[in-house]
Design a protein around this ligand. Structure first.
Ligand code: SF4
Length: 250
């Protein structure tokens, strides 16, 4: 829970900040100005108020779901809005408090994963897509695995072979993407109902936000050689994420 608290704390801070902005607008302008400008302000404040009510409902949905470990179905939409609309403000607030962005992103992924895990309903393997980053491939390997995963000879020099074996075993789709555009194209083409994504905190966060409302379980890769270079991932974590979605179907 400790990791999740960072994102949740910043999310709560974001809403307090937005409420403060609203009160400031009200006290500074609305009370004093008359005429058409007053009505324009009234409409603006009303819009912000409705937006704030929606994201507040979403925030309570997220907290409720995390605490009860149950899916709060009727708050799905507000929760999705809270996630996507407030993310830039959360990052901005984090910068003000000098909190490293990757720490916030790591916390965001943790919160997202627990929310996904609180959802019910298992899927057929062919409805699940595993997205892998190209940086898992050993840099000295010459096989063109982004176009054809079958080109990988599973030599064991990088985690790709092991993950491909897992995906073949469970019958789920797998795509190795060199960037967000290729990942988005794969999602569009395969149209999965759930995704297991392996990536760094930054790419996972943007991928999760891009895919809303599609459930994405994120598995963070390790970077023992620095970012984007011969990265590693725990195969057991990838398998656990695949099994979460398909457990009752295998
Ligand atoms: S497992 Fe071997 S063949 Fe496959 S991508 Fe890694 S290094 Fe290349």
């Amino acid at each position: 829970m400790a990791k999740k608290r960072l994102y949740l704390g910043l999310l709560a801070g974001t809403m307090i900040f937005l409420s403060g902005v609203l009160i400031y607008i009200w006290l500074s302008f609305f009370q004093h100005d008359a005429g058409a400008f007053r009505y324009l302000l009234f409409i603006t404040v009303a819009f912000i108020l409705v937006g704030l009510a929606v994201v507040t409902a979403g925030f309570f949905g997220i907290v409720l779901s995390l605490l009860s470990e149950k899916d709060v179905v009727f708050l799905h939409k507000p929760m999705n809005y809270t996630f996507s609309l407030l993310y830039p403000v959360v990052i901005w607030l984090g910068k003000i408090f000098k909190i490293a962005q990757d720490k916030i992103q790591c916390s965001f992924v943790e919160v997202n994963n627990q929310l996904v895990r609180s959802k019910q309903g298992r899927l057929k393997p062919e409805k699940v897509l595993v997205l892998l980053p190209h940086c898992l491939q050993a840099v000295e390997c010459s096989k063109r695995i982004t176009t054809r995963t079958e080109n990988c000879v599973r030599c064991g020099n990088c985690p790709v072979g092991g993950i491909l074996n897992l995906c073949n075993h469970y019958g789920v789709y797998v795509k190795i993407a060199t960037g967000g555009t290729i990942a988005r194209e794969a999602v569009k083409k395969i149209q999965p109902q759930a995704i297991v994504a392996v990536a760094c905190e930054r790419d996972l966060t943007s991928g999760i936000l891009d895919c809303i409302p599609l459930p994405v379980l994120g598995v963070t890769n390790d970077k023992p050689n620095g970012p984007c270079f011969n990265t590693q991932v725990d195969l057991a974590e990838v398998e656990k994420a695949i099994l979460f979605f398909i457990a009752e179907a295998v």
